[in-house]
Design a protein around this ligand. Structure first.
Ligand SMILES: Nc1ncnc2c1ncn2[C@@H]1O[C@@H]2COP(=O)(O)O[C@H]2[C@H]1O
Length: 208
């Protein structure tokens, strides 16, 4: 095997490796390296279709890589190193809400969660006040059929930041800090709901 073929095989190996990867940033980096190797091979062997294919792919992969790195950087910067959910801010859309407005009702299809920026809100079924800084509407992403588990009403006018579940999922998959915070928040609320639910066995009944 001469060195030109070696470059070609390197390109083949990197292309296969990138196809097998599931994490976006390493996948894009390896794809770009694969394209460079295959393109070099194409140039050295005079195969213009190969060169052209790879030359088109490199900018696409580079752009996606840039977007992903920027997303992770923004999240990290906003996170400031703690597990606060404030770092959702760069990904949301602010909305003004009037007192008495219902953001969603129990059973509605859910597509976004909210960071409460200001004002006061209430989850009717739980008789629970929601204050600025709180995250609400995240359980709809996990509930069967993506349905709301409660009704959110505005009790004092304020501003909410809506973050689409598609963005929440991207952040979840790409950023372990976010993923862990999200898991913690949702499990805490589910534990609370389980504790608040009436026990199935009547008092005094032995549970085997
Ligand atoms: N114990 C809790 N504390 C605060 N918020 C809660 C609690 N339980 C449920 N919620 C919120 O109520 C919301 C109702 O809509 P979701 O099911 O989308 O998401 C739910 C949670 O965000």
């Amino acid at each position: 095997m001469n060195w030109v073929e070696a470059i070609g095989y390197l390109g083949t190996g990197l292309t296969i490796a990138s196809t097998a990867m599931s994490t976006m940033i390493p996948l894009r980096v390896v794809s770009i390296l694969a394209s460079v190797a295959v393109m070099t091979y194409g140039l050295l062997t005079g195969s213009m279709p190969v060169v052209l294919t790879e030359a088109i792919q490199i900018p696409f992969n580079a752009w996606r890589l840039y977007q992903m790195v920027r997303l992770v950087r923004d999240v990290k910067r906003a996170a400031g190193g703690d597990l606060s959910l404030d770092w959702l801010r760069p990904f949301g859309e602010s909305r003004r809400v009037a007192a008495g407005a219902v953001l969603f009702r129990k059973g509605d299809p859910a597509g976004e969660m909210f960071l409460i920026e200001s004002g006061r809100f209430r989850i009717e079924e739980l008789d629970l006040d929601i204050r600025p800084g709180a995250i609400v509407g995240e359980l709809g992403m996990l509930s069967p059929g993506n349905l709301r588990t409660g009704t959110l009403v505005c009790t004092e006018p304020g501003i909410v930041l809506g973050v689409a579940y598609a963005d929440v999922k991207q952040l979840y998959y790409q950023n372990p800090e976010f993923g862990f915070s999200f898991l913690k928040l949702t499990s805490e609320r589910l534990f609370q709901a389980a504790q608040a639910a009436p026990a199935r066995a009547p008092a005094g009944t032995d549970v085997i």
